[in-house]
Design a protein around this ligand. Structure first.
Ligand code: ATP
Ligand code: MG
Length: 263
């Protein structure tokens, strides 16, 4: 499927608010794209390593990490670990990432390290269509690296009161990155997560998001679904864990929507 001359599309999955569904989205959107025959690399850029654990890579199996890739101490082929799905590769996170702020300090070019790593010619050997970056819940040097490396940002927005208020800091940061290191950075879309459409609160949040953000909001909404929260403890995406669940349907639909926008 992958055309070796085509550069992969790099999407940062980011929101500085914790627990809004970044990792769930990165894993399951990645798995859904992989099921559609796209070659996907998930880069776990969160020291918590939830995406790595959720895809079944235990800490002791993480020989080479996203921190090594960032520092240029590993090649993309060394850093990309296989997962249960042959089209889905993973650069795992290790806890060294939590020292990145200190370690990178004021090092020149420290916000462009991931961009350099993901755009090096050695990446071609992985024949990727998509790179998804799972960001930590902070606007720290790691998230900035993701925003500088990416073509676009996908923002999971948890369906709750005040959800939109939390977006302004992220939008300001995106604007700053555009004004400096990455002028072409786009917003891929805002995905409403953990939605329970039976509640009037969820309906209100969705209406509010669509009114304020317009077409930036994906048509697909991700429902609150217990299968999505169970899947990581089985080291599986929801597409493997329970392919007929509402959560699996939603992430397949999100992948279809993303692909349709690009065709
Ligand atoms: N649609 C959903 N339905 C039910 N549970 C969900 C859903 N999405 C995420 N969860 C659960 O909510 C919790 C937070 O989700 P997740 O880890 O994806 O968020 P996150 O934004 O990556 O968090 P962090 O900011 O800590 O990295 C997890 O326990 C996850 O399993
Ligand atoms: Mg996470």
């Amino acid at each position: 499927m992958a055309d070796p001359r085509k550069l992969p599309k790099i999407i940062a999955v980011a929101n500085q608010k914790g627990g809004v569904g970044k990792t769930t989205t990165a894993i399951n959107l990645g798995a859904a794209l992989a099921r559609r025959d796209r070659r996907v690399l998930l880069v776990d850029l969160d020291p918590q390593g939830n995406a790595s654990t959720g895809l079944g890579l235990a800490p002791e199996a993480r020989k080479v990490s996203s921190f090594d890739l960032l520092l240029g101490e590993a090649t993309p082929e060394e850093a990309a670990h296989p997962t249960a799905n042959p089209n889905l590769l993973l650069v795992p996170a290790t806890s060294d990432l939590s020292g990145a702020d200190l370690e990178l300090g004021n090092r020149q070019g420290r916000t462009g390290l991931l961009r350099g790593a993901l755009r090096q010619p050695l990446m071609d050997a992985l024949r990727l269509d998509y790179i998804l970056i799972d960001c930590p819940p902070s606007l720290n040097v790691l998230t900035i690296n993701a925003l500088v490396a990416a073509q676009s940002v996908l923002v999971p927005l948890q369906s709750e009161f005040f959800a939109l208020e939390g977006l302004s800091q992220l939008m300001l940061t995106i604007r700053e990155v555009r004004q400096t290191a990455n002028p072409s950075l786009r917003i891929e879309g805002v995905a409403l997560t953990m939605v329970d459409r039976r509640t009037s609160l969820a309906q209100m949040v969705e209406a509010d998001a669509r009114e304020n953000l317009g077409d930036l909001v994906f048509q697909t909404v991700i429902p609150r679904n217990v299968r999505l929260s169970e899947a990581p403890s089985h080291a599986q995406s929801v597409l493997d864990y329970d392919p007929s669940s509402a959560g699996a349907n939603a992430y397949r639909a999100l992948a279809a929507e993303l692909l349709a926008r690009e065709s």
